[in-house]
Design a protein around this ligand. Structure first.
Ligand code: AP5
Length: 213
């Protein structure tokens, strides 16, 4: 199963990607997590990426395309993959098409999470993430069992620096301008599956099973 998940920041892409990954035992490739990992390494690339991310801008296409192309060459993807947060621009969608074509592969679905901006703003203010394993929490709808630490790996949870309201609002503008146009491209190929981002957390697995079979 090869799936792309598109949607505005904070719409629940990562949450869904992880549920699908567990359900179908396929790796989840989250470009945001990969880039955040790069920013911790103190390299020039990491400093450049952090600057874009802290401002809520997309990291330049050539950097992201390179990172994703390397990841898609790894041997653990025979059963498929879930791309969470990639592609986000026409240049990235072109790069993905090329990688898949060269490998003789096709996407099965492009999932789009539909949700109101105001829900996003309030959700992201209460999001906490694990910087080690990437697990995602929400202080009300999915609180960690032990205060402030990850249920899965015990690491201290953080609030992402790009979850400040002004940066989130800018990420929304960038999404509409650069990423939303990709929906049309995949619609023409019959790949789009729209899901309701407002559904309660515990209804998500059943919705995904219905949609993906
Ligand atoms: P990235 O990390 O990908 O951020 P994003 O796309 O802005 O999305 P988020 O991770 O913020 O949210 P999400 O949709 O995954 O929602 P989540 O499941 O966490 O990217 C960050 C930055 O990296 C970008 O701004 C850019 O700079 C750079 N970048 C990344 N990819 C790039 C690319 N391809 N090209 C260039 N630059 C790139 O859910 C949000 C919250 O809501 C959580 O707390 C969750 O628990 C909660 N929640 C989810 N669903 C529900 C529900 N149904 N009910 C109640 N709460 C819910």
């Amino acid at each position: 199963m090869r799936i792309v998940i598109l949607g505005p920041p904070g719409s629940g892409k990562g949450t869904r990607a992880r549920i699908i990954g567990d359900m179908y035992s396929v790796p989840v490739i989250t470009t945001g997590d990969m880039l955040r990992e790069v920013t911790t390494q103190g390299t020039r690339l990491g400093i450049v990426a952090k600057d874009y991310m802290d401002r809520g801008e997309l990291v330049p296409d050539d950097i992201v395309n390179h990172i994703v192309a390397e990841r898609l060459r790894k041997p653990d993807l025979e059963k498929g993959f879930i791309l969470d947060g990639y592609p986000r621009s026409v240049a990235q969608a072109d790069a993905l098409d090329k990688i898949l074509e060269e490998a003789g592969l096709k996407l099965d679905h492009v999932m789009v999470v539909d949700i109101k901006d105001e829900t996003i703003i309030s959700r992201l203010s209460l999001r906490r993430s694990c910087p080690k394993c990437g697990e995602i929490y929400h202080l009300e709808s999915k609180p960690p069992k032990r205060n402030k630490t990850c249920d899965k790996c015990g690491f201290k949870l953080i609030q992402r620096s790009d979850d400040k309201e002004d940066v989130v609002r800018h990420r929304l503008v960038v999404y509409r301008e650069k990423t939303q146009p990709l929906i049309d491209r995949y619609q023409k190929r019959g790949l789009i599956r729209v899901v309701d981002g407002d559904r309660p957390m515990d209804a998500i697995p059943a919705e995904l099973r219905r949609l993906l079979g």
